[in-house]
Ligand binder design. Structure first.
Ligand code: SF4
Ligand code: SF4
Length: 305
């Protein structure tokens, strides 16, 4: 089975990009950058980022005998948006939970590979300690911008990533050596200074991390910068020139429901647990839980509907 055939199947499954890297230990430069980020405590409330380093640094620990890392990307840029005065949900959470959507298709790709070659595979969509953006860069899919997002040349960063580790030996792609424009628009637009120090995001100050991952009350300074963000933050992607030509996703599962688009602050504040479960059971928003969403909604200014 050839790399080109795998890419053909990936495109048929709805993936917008697919690249292949050789499975080997993560290189020293990436390891050092990650460890320095951890040592500075910049992982904040994402304690899990500090664990499982043995697994995270070597794909063969996640899949014994892994020879190749297949990286896929799927567009989630919306074709309809929430009104500006509504409590904003990050675009990636507009539709159905990407873990479900991307993984289902990765399993189909794995099944094709297994049927044709007998090779075993492991699908990872944020579900294993794996450096998705690093592997996407190694597999030639894109480069990592100053905003820490994986940017696909000519297409931008509104893409979910999925990784299929496989024991099949495949012809790898060249790593993507392109760099972002270094315009610093993301750094200037970031409301919290989370990107101030250059090449790594400080999760302790990132609203995406704080509004989704943080448990309990948020630090007081968040009141002044949260703006209209009730779940996540897209600011450092919205201002990035690489996203200027983003096109809406063709994946129906990622289209926002009318319910999401008409969501108001009052609805969130009055929401009961059964209502939350009904509306968000197949959405990434469930990660914040009802308590987190209501905590965020309470901080929004009164001019947010
Ligand atoms: S997601 Fe928001 S808060 Fe986090 S780095 Fe980007 S702009 Fe800053
Ligand atoms: S906004 Fe500018 S500096 Fe930031 S990631 Fe995009 S191109 Fe790079």
């Amino acid at each position: 089975m050839q790399s080109s055939h795998i890419k053909h199947i990936a495109h048929q499954l709805g993936f917008d990009a697919c690249g292949i890297a050789r499975a080997r230990r993560v290189d020293d430069e990436a390891l050092n950058r990650y460890n320095s980020w951890l040592n500075q405590g910049k992982n904040g409330c994402m304690q899990w980022a500090a664990g499982n380093s043995e697994l995270r640094d070597d794909p063969a620990r996640l899949l014994p005998g892994a020879k190749s890392v297949i990286v896929v990307a799927m567009n989630y840029y919306p074709q309809r948006f929430q009104p500006k005065h509504a409590p904003q949900v990050a675009y990636y959470a507009y539709g159905r939970d990407y873990h479900e959507v991307v993984k289902k298709r990765l399993w189909q790709l794995a099944s094709n590979i297994e049927q044709e070659t007998g090779a075993s595979s492991r699908a990872c969509v944020d579900s294993a300690p794996l450096r998705e953006r690093y592997w996407a860069q190694q597999a030639g899919v894109g480069f990592i911008g100053l905003n820490n997002q994986l940017i696909i040349p000519g297409r931008g960063s509104y893409f979910f990533l999925g990784v299929l580790l496989t024991t099949l030996e495949l012809e790898p792609d060249e790593p993507c050596l392109q760099q972002c424009l270094q315009c610093h628009a993301c750094e200037k637009a970031c409301p919290t200074g989370a990107l101030r120090c250059g090449d790594t995001v400080d999760a302790r100050r990132c609203l995406s991390c704080l509004t989704i991952e943080h448990k309990g009350e948020l630090p007081e300074w968040v009141d002044d910068v949260i703006g209209n963000r009730v779940y996540g933050c897209d600011t450092c992607q919205q201002c990035c020139p690489h996203n200027r030509d983003a096109v809406p996703t063709g994946i129906a599962e990622f289209h926002p429901s009318d319910l999401l688009l008409s969501l108001t602050r009052r609805q969130i504040l009055d929401m009961t647990q059964p209502e939350f479960s009904r509306i968000f059971s197949h959405s990434a928003v469930k990660r914040a839980k009802l308590a987190g969403l209501q905590r965020n909604a309470r901080l929004l200014s009164d001019d947010i509907d």
